[in-house]
Design a protein around this ligand. Structure first.
Ligand code: DMJ
Length: 574
């Protein structure tokens, strides 16, 4: 500001300048609240972590009610403990899953201690049948992410020397995955024995998410090791899956990896499919391959057309598009977070409100809620400490900075402490109508639930760096050298990508920056753009009679149109 030295003007200038330094009491209040909340979440994380380390480590997961352990990595393969080698002590899954959270909390001592222990003790040479998807997102993803955090100089997490021990463990595990992909279709078996490969008479049934959500971890492993086999196996499976889509661009939920036939035709954004969508978009962000975006765009459009009913998403038959099941599943609550990455903030906001409404109704989110009857599913009444609502809340707060999302986070924190905290950790809820507990603290509570809640109240980690989060909440750095071809405009640091031409304004929330369009505006002041911080839809519930009611999409700046069934969306292909 320039202040010419005339006394009257000088006084005015002083007043104006002072105003800049007066702290807005509401923002001060917000900062105090954020600080209190992040301390509460920190306490939650350490309550879960310390109990795990005391009563369960080096086994996989904690049983918080009996203060004992479970070896879930192999239990996930339905093996009873007596089938495991007698000297088997677990694979410390919760420790592997906790490393990236420890890094975000800035606990370099525990992070480094964990790495040392794993590098000296962790082995995958065990006769255990494990679920490929779970082992990939939890163990491979956890190791790769911690490796990237360890070598990122901005984190200063390692005091001594780090010799890529985690990457070597990841490479060993990745190699043990490869036999699963040796099928006529290239689609991987759902189960693999880490020591012996695919077992005799192994089931050939798997899920869409099971074979379509491997590319982030296996692609990163290839980029880091220079061994292309991991990425090409995961990519081949993804492409095969995409070839199996219906003419409506929908995929079923389960399939046969040998015949390549669909088993379950009902399609959704929830269980069995969820992370397939997530990985198409995030693979595009991470690897910059146009193919991923093309697949994602078609799949996303189809999801909006066939599943969406206002803020809700029901299931539909992949061939006919006709609704099958009208149910909300708690896994679907990740969807608004994904929509933030797409830039579809208005849609994200309206769905998120509905999930939160159900959370408030029960105190936590039940696994299934029947939308047509507005009642809880008779048997799936559990809440295993899932992270999805906290995850979406974090993304929406990043995109809008609307303090209402902090209140949502506070409600989630209160519920978790009220209903699930026990002296030995945090226990899953068996029945949300009675709040009866179950003796299990899943590792994703540390990898995701606590992490997203913490990031909601302290975004310094994401503000300074450009990371995407895997479906298990493990951060992977977005680096331009991994991009197939560099975007035409690459704003280092702040932007994942930005292109000219018809795609140009789809920079945005992809890099988790706030108000991206405003920043873009300042570079090209004459160009009109909507900001992701404003919800541009005229129709907040997205219902419409004509195109002109639908407004402009926040981040893509493309015109929304009214669909045949009366909902605004990005229906027109680019
Ligand atoms: C996590 O293991 C992952 O997010 C996965 O994709 C599905 N959801 C669970 C936790 O609910």
């Amino acid at each position: 500001m320039s202040c010419p030295l005339h006394p009257k003007r000088l006084f005015l200038c002083l007043l104006i300048s002072l105003a800049f330094f007066v702290v807005d009491p509401s923002s001060q209040h917000l900062e105090v609240k954020k600080k209190q909340m992040r301390e509460k979440v920190r306490e939650m994380f350490y309550h879960a972590y310390d109990n795990y380390m005391t009563y369960a480590f080096p086994h996989d997961e904690l049983k918080p009610l009996t203060k004992s352990f479970t070896d879930s990595l192999s239990e996930l393969g339905n093996l009873k403990l007596e089938h495991l080698p007698t000297d088997y002590n677990g694979s410390a899954v919760t420790l592997v899953e906790s490393l990236s959270s420890l890094a975000i909390l800035g606990n370099s001592t525990e992070f480094e201690k964990g790495i040392l222990w794993l590098s000296e003790n962790l082995t995958f040479d065990i006769d255990a049948r494990v679920n490929l998807f779970e082992c990939n997102i939890r163990v491979l993803g956890g190791l790769i992410s911690a490796h990237l955090l360890a070598i990122d100089p901005t984190n200063r997490l390692i005091q001594g020397s780090y010799n890529n021990q985690l990457l070597r463990l990841a490479e060993d595990l990745g190699k043990r995955f490869l036999p699963a992909f040796e099928t006529p279709t290239g689609l991987p078996y759902a189960w693999i024995n880490l020591k012996n490969g695919v077992m005799e008479n192994e089931t050939t049934e798997t899920s869409t998410s099971g074979c379509g959500s491997l590319i982030l971890e296996m692609g990163s492993l290839s980029r880091l090791t220079g061994d292309p086999r991991f990425e090409s196996a995961a990519l081949r499976a993804l492409r095969q899956l995409w070839r199996m889509r219906s003419s409506l661009d929908l995929l079923g939920t389960t399939l046969d990896v040998v015949t390549g036939e669909w088993i379950e035709y009902s399609s959704s954004i929830g269980a069995g499919v969820d992370s397939f969508y997530e990985y198409l978009l995030k693979a595009y962000i991470l690897f910059g391959k146009e193919d991923y975006w093309r697949m994602f765009r078609s799949a996303y459009m189809a999801s909006q057309k066939y599943f969406r009913h206002g803020p809700w998403y029901h299931e539909a038959n992949m061939w006919s598009g006709k609704p099958t099941y009208w149910q909300l599943t708690s896994l679907q609550a990740f969807w608004p977070g994904l929509q933030v990455l797409v830039g579809d903030i208005a849609a994200a906001n309206s769905s998120h409100r509905e999930f939160f409404h159900v959370w408030e109704k029960f105190g936590v989110l039940p696994e299934r809620y029947l939308l047509d009857h507005q009642i809880i599913h008779p048997t799936m009444k559990y809440y295993p400490l899932r992270p999805e609502l906290a995850e979406s809340t974090f993304y929406l707060y990043q995109a809008t900075k609307d303090p209402w999302y902090l209140d949502v986070g506070e409600t989630i924190v209160k519920s978790l402490n009220l209903y699930t905290k026990v002296p030995g950790g945090f226990a899953s809820v068996r029945d949300v109508t009675t709040m009866q507990l179950e003796d299990h603290q899943h590792s994703f509570f540390l990898a995701e639930t606590c992490k997203y809640l913490y990031l909601l109240f302290d975004d310094s980690f994401v503000a300074k760096r450009n990371y995407i989060f895997t479906t298990e909440g493990h951060p992977i750095q977005v680096v331009s050298s991994w991009h197939e071809k560099l975007p035409e405009n690459y704003f280092s640091g702040n932007w994942t990508l930005s292109k000219s031409g018809s795609w140009e304004s789809r920079a945005s929330a992809l890099s988790l920056q706030v108000c991206p369009s405003i920043a873009l505006n300042s570079r090209r002041p004459k160009q009109h753009r909507e900001s992701a911080c404003h919800v541009p839809d005229e129709q907040i519930n997205h219902k419409c009679w004509s195109n002109k009611e639908c407004g402009v999409d926040a981040t893509t700046c493309r015109l929304r149109t009214c669909s045949g069934v009366g909902y605004c969306g990005l229906w027109n292909p680019l």
